[in-house]
Design a protein around this ligand. Structure first.
Ligand code: 5GP
Ligand code: ZN
Length: 109
């Protein structure tokens, strides 16, 4: 089982920001910015490349809620998802990096 599936099951602890039946947002263990939250579906999909668009639609709604809870919708934020080896993806469970709380600059991480 992948590490994010273990986080979903509670086998690895996490600092939860927001959770519902289908999605989980938690702090990245190695934050690149003041705010660095990972947002995942509880169901395992290897990456954005294989996630059904219907799931993405509800994930979008959930991401908006996370940004609202963090109070960064006005100041802005960056959303990144790495896909596969050329994309620099290390954990093969779909996740979005939500970065903010300060200017994140021009370059992606
Ligand atoms: P990727 O390179 O796959 O897009 O990003 C994986 C992210 O997961 C990295 O930013 C890394 O710091 C984070 N990460 C890896 N293992 C853990 C963990 O056990 N707990 C948490 N909270 N984050 C993790
Ligand atoms: Zn998984």
């Amino acid at each position: 089982m992948c590490i994010f599936c273990k986080i979903v099951k509670g086998e690895i602890p996490n600092q939860t920001i927001l959770e519902d039946d289908n999605f989980l947002a938690f702090n990245d263990i190695n934050p690149a910015k003041k705010i660095h939250v990972l947002i995942i579906p509880k169901e395992h999909y290897d990456s954005f490349d294989v996630v059904p668009p219907k799931i993405m639609a509800s994930m979008t709604e959930f991401i908006h809620k996370v940004a609202a809870k963090l109070e960064i919708r006005k100041s802005g934020y960056r959303l990144i998802t790495n896909i596969g080896s050329d994309g620099g993806q290390e954990v093969s469970h779909l996740h979005f990096h939500l970065l903010g709380g300060e200017s994140v600059g021009r370059l992606v991480r």
